[in-house]
Design a protein around this ligand. Structure first.
Ligand code: URA
Length: 209
């Protein structure tokens, strides 16, 4: 499937966070709405200095309707706390607003969105960035980073450093919190420490402005 026969994302002409939250529920720009409970728009302060962009809502997020409230959200919360960043000061969103999964019995197993689904959803993220105008934008993982910064971006090679972009004054990337959850037991502490280091660098940059 592709976007060819699908309507574009119905992003309001002059969006506010409220109008985006309302309009996203009518989005049929890709097929993911069919299996999802609801669209999950980003959340946070209207003029947050920091925006974090993840991949897509997971099982809990799909049910509750809020970004990063499941297991990956708990890792993110720990990372933010250790980096001295208050979650309330951050705008948190995703590259894709509907949960993509494969049903296995009663379980819903996360599936990475296809590139065309990420591209079809991009007008929502673009509008969020325009409304919030964050000073710093951090991509969490490859899906967000490649959509926003280009398909050449690699987490291993590019994480933690500023990337040339017009999206915000500081644009950078780090690992996705789910990758920390998936890490082997012996690697998890290191993965978390690196994640916190990346976030601390951003916190340092924000407080020096
Ligand atoms: N993973 C994401 O990328 N986003 C969420 O909201 C939850 C898990």
């Amino acid at each position: 499937m592709s976007t060819v026969d699908l309507p574009p994302a119905p992003v309001p002409a002059r969006p506010s966070l409220k109008s985006l939250h309302e309009a996203v529920h009518d989005c049929r720009a890709c097929d993911l709405w069919q299996g999802a409970t609801q669209a999950v728009m980003g959340e946070g302060a209207r003029h947050a200095h920091l925006m974090l962009v993840g991949e897509q809502p997971g099982d809990r997020e799909d049910i509750e309707g809020h970004p990063f409230v499941g297991p990956a959200g708990r890792v993110l919360d720990q990372g933010l706390e250790q980096a001295g960043i208050a979650r309330d000061d951050v705008y948190i969103t995703n590259a894709v607003k509907h949960f993509r999964y494969k049903a296995r019995g009663r379980r819903r197993i996360h599936q990475k969105p296809d590139r065309w689904q990420v591209a079809a959803c991009f007008p929502w993220l673009e509008a969020e960035i325009k409304v919030v105008q964050p000073a710093a934008l951090v991509c969490l993982g490859a899906t967000a980073a490649q959509q926003l910064l280009g398909s050449h971006i690699r987490i291993g090679k590019d994480r933690g450093r500023p990337v040339d972009s017009d999206l915000a004054e500081l644009v950078t990337l780090t690992t996705h919190p789910s990758a920390i959850l998936r890490a082997d037991d012996e690697d998890r502490d290191d993965a978390m420490a690196q994640f916190v280091d990346d976030l601390k660098r951003v916190a340092g940059w924000l407080s020096a402005r």
